[in-house]
Design a protein. Sequence first.
Lengths: 431, 107
Amino acid sequence: MAPALCAICTESRALIIRPKNHQKLCKACFIAIFEAEIHHTITTTSLFSPGDRIAIGASGGKDSTVLASVLKTLNERYNYGLDLVLLSIDEGIKGYRDDSLETVKRNAVQYDMPLKIVGYDELYGWTMDQVVEAIGKKSNCTYCGVFRRQALDRGAKMLGIKHVVTGHNADDVAETILMNLLRGDLPRLSRSTSIVTGDESSEVRRSKPLKYAYEKEIVLYAHHKKLDYFTTECLYSPEAFRGSARSLIKNLERVRPSAILDVVRSGEDMAKLVPEQVTGISQCKSQKVSLSSADGEEEGGGGCGTNGRDSGGEMADMEKKLKEDEEASSREVDITAAASNPMNGQRHDRIPNKPESGKTRKQASGRKLTRQTLGTCKKCGYMSSQEVCKACVLLEGLNKNRPKMDIEVDAADEESSTLRRKMEGLALAAG
Amino acid sequence: MASEENILILVEFTGGLEMLFSDERKHKLSVPTKDSQGKAVTVGWLVDYLCEEVMKDSRKEMFVLDGHVRPGILVLINDADWELEGEASYALQPKDNILFVSTLHGG
């Protein structure tokens, strides 16, 4: 078979066939067009302004590594005037995140960008290893996703940065659109299509500059540019529903490669049809800017394994379960009252929280997810579309389920938390 | 060993696939030039060969599904997308570099 020549330069041998239009390209032309398209996405959506400080949610995986590399290239080539910083979340998963963080540290040197790492341990008082030890492998992705989303906001705030970019690609967006469609969740479908969440008034905006980039091309870009990225699946359980959506997308891509971008476009068109009273987004803004979804129901923000990026569907179940737990525990007056103490003792709260009665909290977490408006969490003060953010709801559940002796320990004594958890581990193992 | 009946190729696994192949990224293989029916060996033949002879891991479905390389795994033949080279029907040449990259792992 005579080698095909590049459709653009017509000189070099074609190495890449583009999924979206079957165009055959050589390596140099592919890299150029891939970068030009990201530049196009950035300029047509007015994603950045000169002087912006941007945190790149960096996991060490292919997507965020390509994002960092491309943003650095474009920032220099087109004088965006951006100050780029790598922001990594350490979920506390031994044998997974500690290895990938080494990759991010190398990336920081390779791209000459400052790196900030924030840990679940320091933010919430729990590592994911400990969460899994406490709740098992089922639905731990929900916790991880909710925590990561807020952790990125918090990390950005620590850095004084108001805009976080993540490496979500077209395949991820198509997957999320399909999942929301299959759940009949129009508000989320609407939000998941938007390239930016949050607006000028939000503390931290988020965006996905790779939203229209095929995962296949991201991997090929990383390969041909010889980028240093990390590839190991998260050790914890895959999310079955997302896995199925993912397989469906990949199977569709094989038969009809343009399907992925077609799903993204369909999602965007459907989003426009979702009435404002459902999304809480004003129609005139819905194409570009949507309500911030700080609670983690969207993608987790670059950094989780393939299977764990979304937690939306399980969230409702989780809330129901937590509400039931709460109702059950409210019958045991003493335990409920005592349980609120370790919560306040966690380093979860950087902003001092006001004391709350158990009653208020109960009403808050029992709210229905109908209309969502942006506000701040009553407990931790971070962005939330509900009175109490999902991170706080989940944390409360986690802390409440600690053994009783736990509650008697002085919760303000932070040094004791590690010991407590060891004791808890023993108690669990014994049980 | 290095008779006319064998060709040397380099097979590489990345993107997480290496874990299915003894955590080794690069495998130098000496493969016969002809298959059992006397036809020139192809990438399709190689995929079967890798499954049967090289992969120690039992999770074959993470590499091959329904007789095809699993969707989401890219195959590059000397750096070119195998779709440009006739996919599974490409006949292996001496010193070929066949790269399997999974796109399915975390971002």
